[in-house]
Design a protein around this ligand. Structure first.
Ligand SMILES: [Zn+2]
Length: 322
């Protein structure tokens, strides 16, 4: 697996936008990349990276850097963040939180176990933040595991005890913090088997983690218990739990709204149904990929080659259920 075959985007884990040619799919069983090679492949320069801040509501901010979007609640009770990117960025993340009037981080909610959303735990956990996650996400963080992005694989190492969630749940929980309810919901396996949507009820906002990628096609991490039908269900249940004015924070990509999430789930459902029809007709993965079941979505979610990883995971998921 050559680094040069990676697409220089910080959004790659979800989008799999690194796919540049169908032949790269042949590399899916290639040797896992080490962390340095992985970050290089994503085009991530941890030394040069800057954290930018967007205020989305009163007391609620989103930080962008390298990896998953970070939501920050700042108020009378302190600071709660959702996801924490990479440990190399911890000082810059803390500076950005100070920049909006926050102090030390009291709570970290991890939307799932992937390194680009949770590796910051390695720096921030030992400093005393209380980490909260789904119980399956904690198990994966504790044991480590392979993340198969189709064109590249990464063996995420186990986290030490002080970087692991201290509070876990299976279905839902709520924190009453900064004058409002912060509700954590796990509707179903989706991107992984330990995804959490975080609802900031006071600000009418939700952080979806990687169940919602607003920067390309989604990554259904079937090796981590991800499930395309579950991803559709998870998004639909989120839509039922919000309204047309809700601020929607995706795992990657710009902050958006109900309508964009609705259109995303419609795309996922359409591609899923097309792939299922092709499987029912006896088509192989190669034939399905060649038939381009995402073609009419590539302009909005592309590049076209990025769809191959998505189609690969959807096919493999659905064919495994036959
Ligand atoms: Zn992820």
């Amino acid at each position: 697996m050559k680094i040069s075959s990676f697409y220089p985007s910080a959004l790659i884990l979800l989008a799999i936008s690194c796919l540049q040619a169908p032949t790269l799919l042949a590399h899916q069983h290639a040797t896992p990349l080490d962390r340095e090679a992985l970050l290089q492949g994503f085009g991530w320069d941890v030394d040069a990276a800057e954290i930018t801040t967007e205020q989305v509501a009163d007391g609620l901010y989103v930080l962008f850097g390298l990896g998953g979007n970070i939501a920050v609640s700042v108020g009378a009770d302190g600071v709660l963040i959702v996801d924490d990117q990479l440990p190399e960025l911890a000082d810059r993340i803390k500076a950005a939180i100070k920049g909006v009037g926050g102090g030390d981080i009291d709570y970290i909610v991890n939307t799932h176990w992937h390194f680009d959303h949770a590796d910051g735990n390695l720096a921030l956990g030992p400093e005393g933040a209380t980490i909260v996650a789904h119980s399956n996400a904690r198990s994966d963080m504790a044991e480590g595991g392979m993340i198969d992005m189709v064109i590249a694989r990464y063996q995420q190492p186990p986290y030490p005890a002080d970087a692991l969630p201290e509070l876990t749940f299976k279905y839902d929980m709520a924190l009453h913090f900064n004058g409002g309810e912060i509700e954590l919901m796990h509707f179903s396996p989706a991107h992984t088997n330990g995804d959490v949507a975080v609802f900031f009820r006071q600000q009418n906002a939700v952080h979806m983690g990687d169940v919602f990628n607003n920067s390309g096609y989604p990554f259904v991490d079937i090796g981590s218990g991800g499930d395309v039908d579950g991803m559709i269900r998870f998004c639909e249940q989120t839509l039922e739990a919000i309204d047309e004015d809700t601020i929607v924070i995706p795992g990657h990509g710009p902050v958006t709204n109900y309508e964009t999430l609705a259109s995303y789930v419609s795309m996922v459902r359409t591609v899923r149904d097309r792939v299922q029809t092709m499987i029912d007709a006896g088509m192989s993965l190669e034939e399905v990929s060649a038939a381009k079941p995402t073609a009419d979505f590539d302009a909005a979610h592309g590049p076209e080659a990025a769809s191959l990883g998505f189609v690969n995971r959807v096919y493999t998921d659905l064919a495994g259920k036959q």
